[in-house]
Design a protein around this ligand. Structure first.
Ligand code: SAH
Length: 340
């Protein structure tokens, strides 16, 4: 992500391809800023989120035949809250799994690595800048709001062909492209392509097939691929122009779950979902856990229930956010993905 992007012959010298711009902006942003001042994520809203994902991992480990040694990987662990909540729940409910797992965190930001180390204390996690250095072993991988940070390319339908969007002087310019995206698109339609997510999906599919295991990816985006410009930026909880201040705002894009799942299936993974987050969490017993937390601490009962509502209600995060599972072909349907 940090290496210099190649020169693009077909664009003006000062123009930067959108994915290169986004990768550079995201690396600078996560290295220098506390992203949690700009947006809030599910593990920061309710501890029950990480607890439920921990139990999902525990049930998955059982389905894998309880291997003696397994990687519990998290990509983009933020403040480390999801992993801390997951490990606490795992230690309580399935100590054998806790003893078998090794925590592996994939994180590029030195600043967030420090926050994760502080939060996880004596857990003994290992950090990686890229999934490529993860040990070859069975694994269970979790990622919440990781894929949305990966850089996208954008193409716009112009006449009978496509143009690609570049960034120059804080604004978009378009350059003709010979990309093969098909012809069935109305004038002006925007098609987003996330090559980093595609590579990650393919890597994951191959790794799961080779060593066994499963992955759970939670993020926001539509269930079906569709046209549209989903590039967005947040600063202090407000939507801002994504091109205005690279490195100072959080830039993300919707996840194309269908494309991600197809890339994993192409190398042999079995995919389940995407399911709306609200449905998935309720099937995992999230509401029961939230109600229990509310009873345990009456002074925070209102806040606990409001948090649970925020994560599950369709008009809040329950529908736009989706859960997608990838499994090796020997595994049964993972918890929460049973078809009705
Ligand atoms: N999962 C956390 C944080 C989400 S923010 C939560 O739910 O709270 C995105 C996270 O992904 C941050 O930790 C960020 O530093 C990390 N990240 C973004 N791009 C990355 C990349 N290319 N490689 C590894 N980590 C990345």
């Amino acid at each position: 992500m940090t290496s210099a992007p190649p020169e693009i012959a077909y664009a003006p010298k000062d123009a930067e391809r959108l994915d290169h711009f986004m990768a550079r902006a995201a690396a600078a942003y996560y290295a220098a800023r506390d992203p949690f001042q700009d947006f809030v994520t599910s593990p920061e809203i309710s501890q029950a989120f990480g607890e439920c994902l921990g139990l999902w991992a525990a049930v998955t480990w059982q389905a894998m035949g309880r291997p003696d040694s397994v990687l519990l990987v998290e990509c983009g662990p933020g403040r480390g809250s999801l992993m801390a909540d997951a490990l606490r729940a795992i230690a309580e409910m399935m100590p054998d799994f806790r003893a078998a797992l090794q925590v592996q965190l994939v994180e590029t930001s030195p600043r967030l690595r420090e926050a994760q180390a502080a939060k996880l204390g004596a857990v003994g996690a290992t950090w990686h800048a890229d999934v490529a250095t993860l040990p070859e072993a069975p694994m269970i991988l979790l990622a919440n709001e990781f894929l949305d940070a990966l850089p996208i390319r954008q193409f716009i339908r112009r006449g009978a062909s496509w143009c690609e969007r570049f960034v120059m002087n804080g604004a978009f310019i378009e350059q003709p492209s010979d990309v093969g995206l098909g012809h069935d698109a109305p004038e002006g339609a925007v098609c987003e392509v996330n090559e980093a997510a595609q590579h990650f999906a393919a890597w994951l599919g191959v790794r799961l097939a080779r060593h066994g295991g499963a992955a759970l990816l939670i993020d926001y985006g539509p269930a079906e691929s569709s046209f549209g410009d989903s590039l967005q930026a947040m600063r202090a909880g407000q939507s801002v122009n994504p091109l205005s201040a690279p490195g100072e705002v959080d830039i993300t894009a919707h996840v194309d779950f269908a494309a991600f799942a197809a890339a994993a299936r192409a190398v042999g993974a079995i995919t389940h979902g995407p399911l709306p987050q609200g449905v998935f969490l309720q099937r995992l017993g999230f509401m029961t856990r939230a109600a229990m937390l509310a009873r345990l601490d009456p002074s925070r009962a209102q806040a606990q229930l409001a948090a649970a509502h925020r994560l599950t209600a369709p008009e809040a995060m329950g529908r736009l956010f989706k859960a997608l599972a990838l499994c090796d072909s020997s595994l049964p349907i993972p918890a929460g993905f049973e078809t009705a």
